[in-house]
Design a protein around this ligand. Structure first.
Ligand code: TYC
Length: 106
């Protein structure tokens, strides 16, 4: 049934979106350990998470005292890349520093 001025949608259907407009964000967490030097963790936060030296110190100390802390929040791909970069750099130095990504809101 096509009225003048309306579009005939009998042939064409538009699928409803199933993705939300804004992608879910992922937290990158740093985990505490007994061996990675504090200075290395601060450098990681500055270099890979673009924190100022002061912010980096605060986050590092929070992780040291509480066991884990949020280094940054990103889309999934970016978060996974940060995890890979940190893990690779720490491993290269022989440090066991661990970073993990987890979705926000869980
Ligand atoms: N606990 C470490 C130390 O005393 C420092 C540290 C902080 C390690 C944060 C990991 O994610 C970390 N040298």
């Amino acid at each position: 049934m096509t009225r003048p001025g309306s579009r005939d949608d009998s042939q064409t259907q538009t699928l409803e979106r199933t993705e939300s407009k804004r992608p879910r964000l992922w937290r990158v967490l740093l985990l505490n350990d007994d061996y990675t030097p504090m200075d290395f963790v601060v450098m990681v936060l500055e270099r890979y998470f673009r924190k100022s030296e002061q912010e980096a110190q605060l986050i590092m100390l929070a992780v040291h005292h509480k066991g884990q802390g949020v280094a940054g929040v990103y889309t999934r791909d970016v978060a996974e890349t940060k995890v890979a970069q940190v893990t690779q750099h720490a491993g290269q130095e022989g440090y066991p520093l661990l970073a993990v990504a987890e979705p926000e809101g869980e």
